[in-house]
Design a protein around this ligand. Structure first.
Ligand code: GDP
Ligand code: MG
Length: 638
């Protein structure tokens, strides 16, 4: 066990680390964190200094409550830094207060925020930074920053203002002050100001990494406190909710016992309990009572209070006690958050590395290097085009598999039309010429077949268009993927692919038409036909010795057999044409045209990079740096 406090906290108080208050330094409180606490705070500091809070949430404390409940006053008392406060809406942007206990240096503060006025520099930064050593100008700097971010007046804004205070007299804590909850907008505020503020608060308190410090004045009914309800909503178990009761000097006489019950956790139970503090009232501020003196006064207030006096020995009152409690809570919280943090950093690193791989390798800027890069990029594209056109297995959907699906449908269409010659008798009756009964009209036989086959032309053209669409989709995807970062190159490749495809489609359509023209000639040497003939006449005929077609021949069977032969021709012929003209030739032509880009055209212009991509790459590289540092810090720690 550790020794606790030189005074104030009795042995056996809640948690263990050594925190000492040294007497004699008037009003200053000042504690030494032992080696069990300091490393955690340092780790989070290190993580923060590498900027990883841009990527993952770090454990922190957020102060929430109604407007004028005393949030800024509590922060002020904890930090020893005078903050803008008073009545009305004073805190209008989230203010992150990083307190760093640093020995051997003068008081120093650094205020930073993302400027909305100045343009970002070439690294995408537009951070304004002020360093100063005079604590009395903190208020002015914060007010100026708020005016710039949220506009002069009563509006609010999401942008974070960060104030880092380095001093020997502060405790190591990071706290965020948020605008207070309001119910009724004042003049100049938008109607939904209440919702805007609640949204902003939610953004912070819902994170698991946040300890929610709920500030409630003693002189209002705690059960109606909106902030407490919000905190309970996001943390029903009360693992990360800490309550603070302010303004004990302003309560109505007679209500003390009821309030004591609240502090004793008997009204609304909170796992982490309540702490009561008394900060500077308006009068004391107006009288310029220093913060240190206010701390002394606070102690006297409790010592002299008939009912609240007991809270001193119970470690449930004063700012000092709160500071210690918060530090301990924060460290506990950091401990609990580490595994999750480690996991998050690992996951992000993985994602960032992958995304970076995608947009990595910007082109060299010198003409020779750029040309080589262009050749390499185009060759890679060409080899991809070749492999999708030849149906080599790729990770993506296979183009040939998709085409084969269409070819099967074509085969199905052909088969469907096979057995549709059953109205032959009708046709013969209608078209009978001068021939005697028993004689067959060969012309009629021909016409029936010609009509029948001609009906296949439309589905054939349909097939061509469908496959063209499929090929186009695959090529366009490939272009987008291979030239992702180069919009000029991408557009050229897309145009080229489309032009080639449309001329190839025209060519193929001609060939299909020719094929159907040829099919107008009824001709076959296919032995299948002879075989059928033999079957239906029960004779053995050969090419040289054909039967006379007579009444014994079953007309419709002959038609079907001939059609079957046509269907067999077409079922392969069209897919072959399409594969050859639409896919193979297109891919070859596109590859040649893309390579020809290398000569002549302005290479640098072709490789013009999407500014969005180069911006993203810069961002990702910075993020990778942060995360790598963070992971190293975590690895060294764990
Ligand atoms: P915030 O809006 O929640 O940040 O509230 P402030 O910290 O600005 O405080 C609002 C007003 O309450 C200020 O005038 C403070 O001086 C006053 N105040 C805060 N805490 C106490 C307290 O413990 N006692 C008294 N009498 N006044 C306080
Ligand atoms: Mg405030």
């Amino acid at each position: 066990m550790f020794s606790l406090f030189s005074r104030g906290f009795p042995p056996g108080a809640p948690v263990s680390p050594t925190v000492q208050y040294s007497k004699g330094m008037e009003g200053e409180f000042h504690h030494h964190l032992d080696e069990n606490i300091r490393p955690y705070i340092d780790l989070i500091d290190t993580l923060r200094s590498v900027g990883v809070q841009n990527d993952v949430s770090l454990p922190t404390i957020v102060v929430i409550g109604d407007q004028s409940s005393g949030k800024s006053s509590v922060l002020e008392a904890l930090s020893g830094v005078a903050l803008p406060r008073g009545s009305g809406i004073v805190t209008r942007c989230p203010l992150e207060l990083r307190l760093r206990k640093v020995t051997g240096v003068k008081w120093k503060a650094v205020l930073t925020y993302r400027s909305v006025k100045s343009r970002p520099d070439k690294h995408g930064n537009n951070v304004k930074k002020f360093e100063f050593e005079d604590s009395s100008i903190v208020e002015k700097h914060i007010t100026d920053a708020q005016n710039e971010l949220a506009g002069k007046g009563v509006g609010i804004c999401d942008e974070l203002i960060t104030l880092e205070v380095m001093s020997k007299d502060v405790c190591d804590l990071t706290l965020i002050d948020l605008p207070g909850i309001v119910r009724v907008p004042v003049a100049g505020q938008p109607e939904d100001i209440g919702d805007q503020i609640k949204c902003l608060i939610m953004k912070y308190i819902q994170k698991h990494e946040t300890i929610n410090l709920v500030v409630v004045p003693c002189n209002i009914d705690i059960a109606t406190t909106e902030a407490l309800k919000m905190a309970q909503n996001v943390d029903p178990e009360g693992i990360r909710t800490v309550a603070i009761l302010t303004k004990p000097d302003l309560i109505d006489k007679g209500t003390e016992k009821g309030i004591l019950k609240v502090v004793h956790n008997k009204v609304i139970h909170l796992r982490k309990g309540y702490t009561m503090v008394k900060c500077r009232g308006q009068q004391q501020i107006d009288d310029r009572i220093p913060l240190e003196e206010a701390l002394e006064e606070e102690k006297e207030f409790f010592q002299n209070h008939d009912i609240f006096r007991c809270l001193l020995s119970e470690n449930k009152a004063t700012i000092k006690c709160l500071a210690v409690k918060l530090t301990i809570d924060l460290v506990d919280h950091i401990k609990n958050s580490l595994p999750r943090l480690d996991e998050q950093v690992k996951k992000l690193l993985w994602n960032v590395r992958n995304e970076l791989k995608e947009c990595e390798g910007g082109s060299p800027q010198d003409p020779k290097g750029a040309k080589e890069f262009l050749i390499k990029t185009i060759k890679k594209f060409n080899s991809n085009v070749t492999s999708i056109s030849s149906g080599e297995l790729m990770l993506e959907e296979n183009l040939l598999a998709e085409l084969r699906g269409e070819f099967r449908k074509w085969n199905y269409t052909l088969n469907q039309k096979k057995s549709r010659f059953n109205n032959v008798k009708e046709l013969m009756k209608k078209n009978r010429g001068r021939e005697l009964h028993g004689f067959l009209n060969y012309k009629l036989f021909e016409t029936i077949l010609q009509d029948h086959v001609a009906q296949l032309k439309e589905p054939a053209i349909d097939l061509l268009h469908k496959t063209n669409g499929i090929i186009n989709k695959h090529l366009t995807d490939m272009v987008s993927r291979c030239f992702r970062n180069y919009p000029v190159l991408q557009n050229i490749a897309k145009d080229k692919a489309e032009n080639i495809q449309s001329s190839q489609q025209y060519k193929t359509e001609e060939r299909i038409s020719e094929q159907f023209d040829m099919e107008n000639v009824i001709f076959t040497q296919d032995p299948l036909f002879l075989k059928t003939l033999n079957e239906i006449t029960n004779e053995r005929y050969s090419e040289e010795e054909l039967p006379l077609i007579d009444k014994n021949c079953k007309y419709s069977q002959m038609l079907e057999t001939y059609y079957e032969i046509v269907a067999q021709r077409l079922t392969d012929q069209l897919p072959l044409m399409i594969t050859n003209f639409m896919l193979k030739q297109t891919a070859e032509m596109l590859s040649i045209e893309m390579l020809s880009l290398v000569d002549g055209a302005n290479v640098i212009k072709l490789l013009f990079e999407d500014t969005e991509v180069s911006r993203r790459r810069t961002e990702l590289r910075a993020c990778l740096g942060r995360l790598t540092d963070a992971q190293e810090a975590l690895n060294n720690f764990i």
